[in-house]
Design a binder for this molecule. Structure first.
Ligand code: AMP
Length: 281
């Protein structure tokens, strides 16, 4: 497995693979890899001849007061995980390699990016769409793998690929959790022991909501209220949002008739965590 820092080098390696007729998978990440990332890589390896993992803390998707500087980084550990999972190449560029100092071109999206995480992170998805478009142009994969953990991101990427005619299949992968149910995230490393316990409230509240739906509750307001009430039992938790939306359009779901996404973002101390589930009637 190779670790490559330059766009030109990635292009030349992938060009070689293409000449051999090999299928290429891409797993975009911000590094500090865990089992969630690994599950994406393993899936990509099972469906493609070569897999590229990008490992890049993308500055354009962080807001001014967010954790760009403190975001955890460990490329050596990441590379070992990628290699063990069967990846062929890790693309680990410096920010200067990805963005010209006078870069002024961005990929922006209306609609799907305005609600949920977009409300409190208004420039986040512009950064995500821009960097993912760039990675798609650099690697030109046949398939790209994204986690359901970031449900809005997955929906946004699917829409971008449709709207901008990228010839790439987007593969969504299920959320990988710790044994106690906490969704794995690189940001979990910010939590102290007390906060780590408190963080379980996201999954517990959503599980309670899922149980309500399974027993036939179809009133979105009732289900949302149940999630909020449960969250409030955890003193360290501060809700950013609790939403139930159409799983594809991300528009408010009035009733539960089509697949819905129940999603939440919650601050545990200073750490903002997200979790969700999809419910199909
Ligand atoms: P990140 O490095 O956090 O930007 O995540 C890179 C990719 O891994 C995204 O597609 C995420 O949705 C996915 N991912 C992160 N955490 C998990 C998880 N716990 N389970 C499944 N996929 C995940």
């Amino acid at each position: 497995m190779q670790i490559v820092k330059s766009i030109e080098e990635v292009r030349s390696i992938v060009r070689g693979w293409r000449k051999e007729g090999l299928r290429v998978g891409l797993v975009p990440t911000m590094g500090y890899l865990h089992e969630g990332h690994k599950s994406l890589i393993v899936k990509a390896v099972s469906e493609n001849d070569r897999v590229v993992v990008s490992d890049f803390v993308n500055p354009t998707q962080f807001g001014a007061n967010e954790d760009l500087e403190s975001y955890p980084r460990d490329i050596e550990r990441d590379a070992a995980i990628c290699e063990a999972a069967g990846a062929s190449l890790v693309f680990h560029p410096e920010p200067e390699e990805m963005y010209f100092p006078d870069n002024c071109t961005f990929v922006d999206m209306d609609g799907l990016t305005k609600g949920l995480c977009g409300k409190s992170r208004p420039t986040h998805f512009r950064g995500v769409c821009t960097v993912v478009s760039k990675l798609f142009h650099i690697v030109m994969p046949d398939r790209a793998y994204f986690g359901q953990k970031d449900a809005q991101q997955l929906a946004v990427i699917r829409r971008m690929v449709r709207d901008l005619n990228f010839e790439i299949t987007i593969v969504g992968c299920p959320i990988v959790r710790e044994k106690d149910g906490l969704a794995m995230s690189s940001r979990n490393t910010y939590l102290n022991a007390e906060e780590r316990k408190a963080a379980l409230i996201l999954h517990k509240s959503l599980q309670a909501a899922e149980a309500l739906m399974q027993t036939g509750e179809r009133d979105v307001a009732v289900i949302k209220a149940a999630i909020v009430e449960r969250m409030k039992t955890e003193p360290l938790a501060r809700i950013d949002y609790v939403e139930i939306v159409d799983a594809e359009t991300l528009e408010d779901a009035a009733a539960i008739e089509r697949p819905v996404l129940a999603a939440t973002a919650v601050y545990i101390g200073k750490t903002r965590l997200i979790d969700n589930f999809i419910f199909e009637v």
